[in-house]
Ligand binder design. Structure first.
Ligand code: ATP
Length: 332
C-alpha cells in the first residue's frame, strides 16, 4: 500500500490525534514526507486538522469522493467495479463514451467532482457546481434490442429514488420524493436529480448504453434562475450524507434491478413500484409533444415504460424520446 493510504488508514483507525512523530516512527519516513502526504489527502477532500503538540486528526464527516471511498461502500458483483474519477471534466457521459472506445468493461463507472459542460436532455445545460454534488455515468453493454434501451432510464430512476428513500428516510409523495417521468427525481416538487441516457447501436444491436446521473446532494446555493424548479437533498432534509456512500448504495440497487430487467427485457417487475413514485398520477398534465402540445390525465406507465395519458376517454401511449411532461400549472 502506498504511504498516503497507510497514513489515511492509521488516521481512520485512531480515536483522537496521531502525532507526526508516531507517523514518522511507524512508517520510517521524514516529517516532510508525512506533511506532504497529509496535504495531498487534504487536497482530495479529507478534512484533517493539524494541532500543534497534538498531531493530526481526521474529521468523521469528511465527504470524500474517490475510487477507494466509493468501493468501500459497494456490495456489487460487476457494477462500478471499474471506476474512473475526475476532479473536473467536461461531461461524465463524454468520458464514458471515450472509455468505451478504449475497451472499458460493462459496469464501468465514471465520477466527477464537477462538470464544465454538464448536459440534460435535448442539449440543455445541467448546472454542475464542484464538490457538493454527484455527477456519474454508468457504462453498459447490454444484449438488448435498441428499442429497449430507453427503459434503462426508468430502471436507474427507480434505483436512485429508492436510494434516497433508504438513506435519507424520505417518504414517497408530494411532500417527499417522486419521479417525474421519465428521467427526473423531484423532492417536494423540485428537481434534485436528472438522468441522461445515450446509446450507440446499429439496426438490431446495441454497442453501449450510458446512463448519466446528476444528483444535487449537498449543494447549498441553487442558481437564482433555477430556484423555482430545483433544490438539493441537503437544503430540503438538512442531512449531509457522504456522496461516496450514496453512490455505493445507488450502484447496489441498480445492479439488482438491471439483472431483473435483463431477465424479462421489460419493466413489468418494477411497474408497480415506479408508479408509486410517479408525480401527477391521475392528475392533469401537459404533454409538450414537438408536433402539438396537449393536456390529459397521466394514468401510469405500461410494461415498456411508456407513459399512459387519458385524453377524451382514450389512452395515448407516450414514448420517452423527445417529449417533456409538465404539471398543469408549472414544472411539476
Ligand atoms: P422536462 O421537464 O422538459 O422534461 P427535463 O427535466 O427532462 O425537462 P433535463 O434535460 O433532464 O430536463 O435537464 C435540464 C434542465 O434541468 C435544464 O434546462 C434546467 O432547467 C434544469 N437544471 C439544470 N441544472 C440543474 C440542476 N443542477 N438541478 C436541477 N435542475 C437543473
Amino acid at each position: 500500500m502506498e504511504l498516503k493510504s497507510e497514513i489515511l488508514n492509521m488516521l481512520k483507525n485512531t480515536q483522537g490525534y496521531v502525532s507526526g512523530q508516531q507517523l514518522c516512527d511507524k512508517f520510517n519516513v521524514s516529517r516532510t514526507a508525512i506533511w506532504k502526504n497529509i496535504n495531498s489527502l487534504k487536497d482530495e477532500g479529507y478534512e484533517i486538522e493539524a494541532v500543534r503538540n497534538k498531531g493530526y486528526y481526521l474529521k468523521e464527516t469528511a465527504d470524500v469522493l474517490n475510487e477507494s471511498e466509493i468501493t468501500s461502500f459497494l456490495n456489487t458483483k460487476w457494477n462500478a467495479r471499474e471506476i474512473y474519477y475526475y476532479k473536473e471534466t467536461d461531461s461524465t457521459n463524454v468520458r464514458a463514451k471515450e472509455l468505451f472506445q478504449k475497451g472499458a468493461s460493462h459496469g464501468t463507472l465514471v465520477v466527477a467532482e464537477g462538470q464544465t459542460q454538464g448536459r440534460g436532455r435535448m442539449g440543455r445545460v445541467w448546472e454542475s457546481p464542484k464538490g457538493e454534488a454527484i455527477y456519474m455515468t454508468t457504462l453498459l453493454k447490454p444484449q438488448i434490442h435498441p428499442t429497449e434501451a430507453s427503459m434503462l432510464t426508468l430502471v436507474m430512476a427507480l434505483s436512485i429514488a429508492r436510494t434516497f428513500q433508504e438513506m435519507y428516510g424520505i417518504e414517497i409523495g408530494q411532500d417527499g420524493i417522486q419521479i417525474k417521468w421519465p428521467n427526473d427525481i423531484v423532492l417536494k416538487k423540485k428537481k434534485i436529480t436528472g438522468i441522461l441516457t445515450e446509446m450507440s447501436a446499429d439496426m438490431d444491436e446495441v454497442h453501449y448504453v450510458i446512463i448519466g446521473t446528476g444528483i444535487n446532494m449537498n449543494i447549498t446555493d441553487i442558481p437564482e434562475e433555477l430556484q423555482e424548479k430545483a433544490t438539493s437533498l441537503l437544503l430540503e432534509t438538512g442531512k449531509k450524507l457522504k456522496r461516496s456512500q450514496v453512490i455505493g448504495k445507488a450502484m447496489d440497487n441498480f445492479e439488482q434491478d438491471y439483472e431483473k430487467f435483463m431477465e424479462s427485457h421489460d419493466l413489468k417487475f418494477l411497474k408497480e413500484d415506479y408508479q408509486k413514485f410517479l408525480v401527477n398520477r391521475d392528475a392533469q398534465v401537459r404533454v409538450l409533444d414537438p408536433k402539438a402540445e396537449y393536456t390529459g390525465i397521466a394514468r401510469g406507465i405500461n410494461d415498456k415504460g411508456e407513459l399512459l395519458i387519458e385524453k377524451n376517454g382514450e389512452i395515448i401511449t407516450v414514448y420517452a424520446g423527445e417529449v417533456s411532461v409538465r404539471g398543469i400549472y408549472g414544472y411539476v
